[in-house]
Design a protein around this ligand. Structure first.
Ligand code: AR6
Length: 177
């Protein structure tokens, strides 16, 4: 999807392999690592990322922090904390949108041109994939409309099913635009 001179791209793949200026981690409040995307990023990026996370000392849900990319191709990791899904009426949509928004604000502040996101909160945190996809893509599109300095946002999906769900949601967003 094109938005002015910027674009949103969906790919099937592994977030740790992306060559964007930053990749986003689906982190937790402690920023001290975990499973899923978080485990994969710390394994691939090496101990320097965790050392910086320790110094930062944690992050609230709906917020984000930035560190080095360590050994990764990406120069930076933006650690975003999504909500744990309960019933969808406990502030989860706002917190999920905010995790994307705050990550993009960090990218702008650090003059990054390209960012790759995983589908935050849709694994261990249990967010229904379709709802999460709509929130993610809507938030990214709204941000790019106001911030042409970010040229590329790539959403990296780990399964064909997740890819299809995001492709459907992106199609609907484009039709509504
Ligand atoms: N590349 C891209 N996507 C991936 C990868 C990968 N290498 N691995 C998994 N996914 P999750 P959350 C997908 O659980 O729900 C951690 O323990 C996965 O299929 O990584 O935000 C943290 O420390 C799913 O669709 O993140 C937190 O405690 C999506 O990425 C907690 O999990 C997100 O799954 C955060 O849970």
């Amino acid at each position: 999807m094109r938005i002015g001179g910027s674009r949103i791209e969906l790919v099937l793949g592994d977030i740790t392999q992306q060559d964007t200026d930053a990749i986003v981690n689906a982190a937790n409040l402690s920023l001290l690592g975990g499973g899923g995307v978080d485990g994969a990023i710390h394994r691939a990026g090496g101990p320097q990322i965790l050392a910086e996370c320790r110094r930062i000392g944690g992050c609230a849900a709906g917020d984000a922090r930035i560190t080095t990319g360590g050994l990764l191709k990406a120069r930076h990791v933006i650690h975003a904390v999504g909500p744990i899904y309960r019933d969808g009426r406990s502030g989860e949509p706002e917190l999920l949108a905010s995790a994307y928004q705050r990550s993009l604000e960090l990218a702008s502040r650090f003059k990054l041109r390209s960012v790759a996101f995983p589908a935050i909160s849709t694994g261990a945190y249990g967010y229904p994939a379709r709802e999460a996809a709509e929130i993610a893509l809507r938030t990214i599109a709204a941000y790019l409309r106001e911030h042409p300095e970010i040229e590329l946002v790539r959403v990296v999906l780990f399964s064909p099913r997740a890819y299809e769900i995001h492709a459907d949601a992106l199609r609907e967003l484009q039709e509504a635009a």
